[in-house]
Write a protein that binds this ligand. Sequence first.
Ligand SMILES: [Zn+2]
Ligand SMILES: [Zn+2]
Length: 345
Amino acid sequence: MKKMKAAMFYAPGDVRVEEVEVPRVDDKEILVRVKIALTCGTDVKSYRRGYSLFKPPCLFGHEWAGDVVEVGENVSGFKEGMRVVGHNTAPCGRCYYCKKGYHSMCEYLMDNLLLGAYAEYIKVPSAIVEQNLFEIPDGISYKAAALLEPLSCVVYGTDEIGIQLGDSVVINGAGPIGLMFVRLAKLKGARVISCDLSEQRLAVARKIGADETINVSHTKDQVASVQELTEDKRGVDVAIEATGFPKVWEMTILMARKAGKVLLFGGCKAGTTITVGTELLHYSQLTLKGVFHTTPRHVKTAYDLITRRMMPEDLLVTDEVPLSETVKALEMHLHQAGIKIAIVP
Ligand SMILES: [Zn+2]
Ligand SMILES: [Zn+2]
């Protein structure tokens, strides 16, 4: 039995890098040697609190890029030695929601969930091979390619909220997701305001496309600070939340102008709720939009943006550690030392 090194999740706060069996692929699957994996807020949350879909001890990590080392005999389009990047899910294409075109709501989305990027090898299930696996073109780094999954979620959110040319857009949170929103809003021709507590992150936000930044630790009224940056202080055309805190969801709603649009993106703790004034929602004719995950169409768009070098990976992936130091990488991400951390087997 072939062995590999992998980070195994045992319990919240208990992750061990150890020798495990290399996954075996069937006729429709692909085995990839991981060249780079990235930390993600979701992995950090799972590391601290566990995750309902984990069966410990288990592999984890879901953002990766690498080289194909084994191809099932019934796979077409991929061959050994190819540099590839994959998304971490694929919809079934057959359930009610898939048929209606809501692929992120697929009832079987999580059946194909790919975990195990923090390892020397990763097995790509057939549904992902068929729908969400791509060759990395020459000249595009593994690091840039590995942004595929988070970027595809941000592309989906951006698409769903519909930013128009010339819109004013606020993005609350300048973590990896918030920064990608800043970039995409800028690419859409918006005037972008980025809010965060960290001066360091706001500096990255300015580099990646923010026209204005607000350090919310220096302001008493975050909503007023945003409104003041808009014409006649009426608020922004589009307000985006990318922190996952109910309080920020509520504030984000207040930042939109009349008839404005609000994208509530960051997943909050289970069981939490928010309060929205009924008068505000009614008389201001607000559109509030929640989104979850992404769809193959948006994964493809994210791939296109990456391969056209529209996403400056060096601003988003700031540090690199070996696989043996996976815990350090997760801790760095947790304590905001850097933006995303690359884990290199
Ligand atoms: Zn992710
Ligand atoms: Zn489905």
